[in-house]
Design a protein around this ligand. Sequence first.
Ligand SMILES: *[C@@H]1O[C@H](CO)[C@@H](O)[C@H](O)[C@H]1NC(C)=O
Ligand SMILES: *[C@@H]1O[C@H](CO)[C@@H](O)[C@H](O)[C@H]1NC(C)=O
Ligand SMILES: *[C@@H]1O[C@H](CO)[C@@H](O)[C@H](O)[C@H]1NC(C)=O
Ligand SMILES: *[C@@H]1O[C@H](CO)[C@@H](O)[C@H](O)[C@H]1NC(C)=O
Ligand SMILES: *[C@@H]1O[C@H](CO)[C@@H](O)[C@H](O)[C@H]1NC(C)=O
Ligand SMILES: *[C@@H]1O[C@H](CO)[C@@H](O)[C@H](O)[C@H]1NC(C)=O
Length: 352
Amino acid sequence: MYCKVKKRHLQPLKTLFVLFLTISIIYRWLQVVDKQQKHLNRSNASLPNNITILLWYWPYGTRYSLAGDVCLRDYGITGCVLGDNRTLYESADIVVFHHFELKLHKQHLPVNFHRSAEQRWVWLSLEAPQNNGDLSQYNTLFNLTMSYHPQADITVPYGKLLQRRKPDLDIVVPKNKSFEACWVVSNYQKWHKRSAVFQELNQNLNVQLYGLAARKHLPKEALLPTISRCYFYLAFENTQSPHYITEKLWRNAFQAGTVPVVLGPPRRDYEAVAPPNSFIHVDDFKSIKALAEYLRGLTKDPEKYNAYFTWRKHYTVKLYTDWRERLCNICPIYGQFPTQKVYEDLRVWTKW
Ligand SMILES: *[C@@H]1O[C@H](CO)[C@@H](O)[C@H](O)[C@H]1NC(C)=O
Ligand SMILES: *[C@@H]1O[C@H](CO)[C@@H](O)[C@H](O)[C@H]1NC(C)=O
Ligand SMILES: *[C@@H]1O[C@H](CO)[C@@H](O)[C@H](O)[C@H]1NC(C)=O
Ligand SMILES: *[C@@H]1O[C@H](CO)[C@@H](O)[C@H](O)[C@H]1NC(C)=O
Ligand SMILES: *[C@@H]1O[C@H](CO)[C@@H](O)[C@H](O)[C@H]1NC(C)=O
Ligand SMILES: *[C@@H]1O[C@H](CO)[C@@H](O)[C@H](O)[C@H]1NC(C)=O
């Protein structure tokens, strides 16, 4: 009797539950359909309207082929047309100017051409602001900036870490180390901070020098195998500037399989892009002598040394070297650009 009452009492609850379940399933199904619909619409939307990016001249004078649909073929990006033929100027949505050639007056901005109100001019530089010279002559000409700096409209880092889908527990720490530290340097200037740090470090540590400045040129294919035989790589930037972290970290140190000793922006800028225990920062030591002692100690302590490679379990290195890839990557973020923007004074970026 008691039981029956309870059951009858439960009936409305059951019905309610079934009703709720049905509604959530239908709701979820609608969401999926909507998503698919949206997805289709988005992918179709890019078809009739290609974004045209015109590179006014090639950085450092080296041309690369733009034949075929480069962005789709090489980078899986649809609706993105790259060109270097100036006849595209009228129809280009974006025109990119690399700063180095402008600075040397080897190239000029087409200031006398008619420019549509929708067209955006991009100022491109991968150099630290200290190396770009006077920018005041470019006031009110550019709409967007393209640089390694995270605050640029188009951020183009030298490299980054990509998270592995699942951790690789079998990472190998490169063995066969013959040198305490290595440095590849092509532009040695006495007044560079890095030169002074090197001189002092070299008094306390065996640093192997390579590169133009050391008259010991390393061919491209020998670079990584050679560096991999050093415990440490001196990833010393030519200029200390916020977020200015170059291939010296990503390629010469991380890809080679050596531990970077970094001299550049503050530790927090490195930590924004790499795990804290993947590099050794010069600023962490009260003297260069103390740094040298620490490094030498690590070469004699495999466990502690190997810990600097733990990041490899979770990440791989992605290097950006191809201008075409950097340019194609503009298209997916094209829709996020402000509809109207002019750099009244390009020098603002030196203060970021
Ligand atoms: C997608 O496009 C179809 C056909 O043009 C349209 O009926 C539908 O509303 C669009 N859906 C969304 C989510 O934009
Ligand atoms: C989008 O393109 C796909 C195939 O590319 C096609 O099946 C679909 O009907 C198109 N949708 C619209 C809304 O044009
Ligand atoms: C868009 O670009 C692709 C690749 O260059 C080309 O095949 C296609 O015809 C272009 N579409 C339009 C509408 O211009
Ligand atoms: C640039 O495009 C024009 C018009 O399509 C063509 O006549 C010319 O040969 C092209 N120039 C180069 C260098 O490909
Ligand atoms: C280790 O380095 C030596 C040169 O010091 C080289 O001859 C040898 O091939 C290297 N071994 C491996 C496994 O890389
Ligand atoms: C780009 O900058 C110019 C000024 O140099 C301006 O007239 C134009 O409206 C800007 N375009 C966009 C899309 O912001």
